[in-house]
Design a protein around this ligand. Structure first.
Ligand code: KDO
Length: 329
């Protein structure tokens, strides 16, 4: 029939036309993350989806997969590189596995605060470092979000004032060399474990503690199975909202702009919510009966900075980069 031929003809022409996807055939963007639903970096994903829909109606099909149900924590970059996943929120630790220069952003006590983080990545430093990710990993970083400032959260009652007090303490870290290095630099005995297994490990005593920003301690309910929070402020952590290069390259300029703007809107939502909540949470946890205190932060800072500067990791850092990062005001 004529209408059948018309439909076939349309389908054929849309398959042949390069450039913007047709509304009937939107670009699928599956996002995989270990984040739990009430954490800010999970809540920012529907914002990304809405903002993108506003800017490019019908052109994208954003699918959000939380709790590492689609891909295991840390496997997202490889999945994007192999063409099995379109989007993820990756960490500097994930990137450092493939680009040693990036381990600079895994170092404790380098980025000073969320504002410093935003400024560093908005500067030529960010431009250079993102280009490495694009060139060497084929991954496009869309925007950097503030994951929060990492603190120690322990189930044991021992008071921790200096790195020496962490000797023998089984501290869960995410599973990669650079994460374990950070745990060791803090003075602890680091054990690798996926995010989704922390709660049970705390509950059963398989680990003595974990480190995460306070909003995550709340969202994942770690406060239910721990006794204290030691405010070390040891890592101002980032999360990079990223797109597989193959997907990025399929987009036309307008779609690229829409994706970048939606990513910015999402991280702005995350940053605002997280920074506001983070200010409140120490007091909230104390009120719930957890012991919350500031250790000798200078002792942690000098111990951690020394460990990084004397390590193999820092040999791969771009020349002069520490100074350039420090100079960002
Ligand atoms: C974690 O496993 O402790 C961590 O905070 C590491 C981050 O890089 C990130 O993967 C995060 O978990 C997840 O998004 C869960 O919040």
């Amino acid at each position: 029939s004529l209408s059948r031929r018309l439909v076939l003809g349309l389908a054929l022409s849309s398959a042949l036309v390069a450039g913007p996807a047709f509304a009937a055939n939107p670009v699928k963007l599956r996002i995989s993350t270990p984040a739990v639903d009430s954490d800010w970096h999970a809540k920012m994903l529907p914002v990304f989806k809405e903002e993108l829909e506003k800017r490019a109606p019908g052109q994208f099909d954003v699918e959000i997969h939380l709790n590492a149900t689609l891909f295991k924590q840390g496997t997202e970059p490889a999945a994007m590189q192999r063409g099995n996943l379109e989007m993820a929120m990756i960490s500097a630790f994930d990137i450092a596995k493939q680009i040693p220069e990036w381990s600079i952003f895994t170092a404790g006590y380098l980025i000073r605060d969320p504002e410093h983080q935003q400024k560093v990545f908005a500067s030529d430093i960010g431009e250079e470092m993102y280009k490495l990710v694009e060139d060497k990993m084929g991954i496009k970083v869309l925007a950097v979000g503030y994951l929060g400032t990492r603190q120690l959260n322990l189930r044991i009652e021992k008071e921790v004032k200096t790195p020496a007090d962490l000797a023998g303490v089984k501290l869960r870290m995410p599973g990669s060399d650079t994460w374990l290095f950070l745990g060791k630099a803090l003075g602890a005995n680091p054990l690798p474990l996926a995010f989704g297994e922390i709660y049970t490990a705390l509950q059963t005593g398989a680990i003595d503690g974990q480190d995460n920003p306070l909003p995550t301690v709340r969202a994942a309910k770690f406060y239910e199975v721990t006794k204290q929070i030691v405010l070390t402020d040891h890592l101002v952590d980032s999360i990079f909202l990223s797109l597989a290069g193959a997907t990025w390259n399929k987009l036309d300029d307008k779609q690229k702009e829409a994706v970048l703007e939606a990513a910015q809107a999402a991280v702005a939502f995350n940053n605002e919510g997280r920074i506001g909540e983070e200010r409140q949470l120490a007091a909230d946890f104390a009120q719930q009966g957890l012991k919350v205190y500031r250790p000798d932060v200078e002792a942690f800072r000098s111990h951690v900075q020394k460990a990084y500067l004397e390590s193999e990791l820092s040999k791969a850092w771009p020349k002069g980069m520490v100074e350039r990062i420090n100079a960002v005001k």
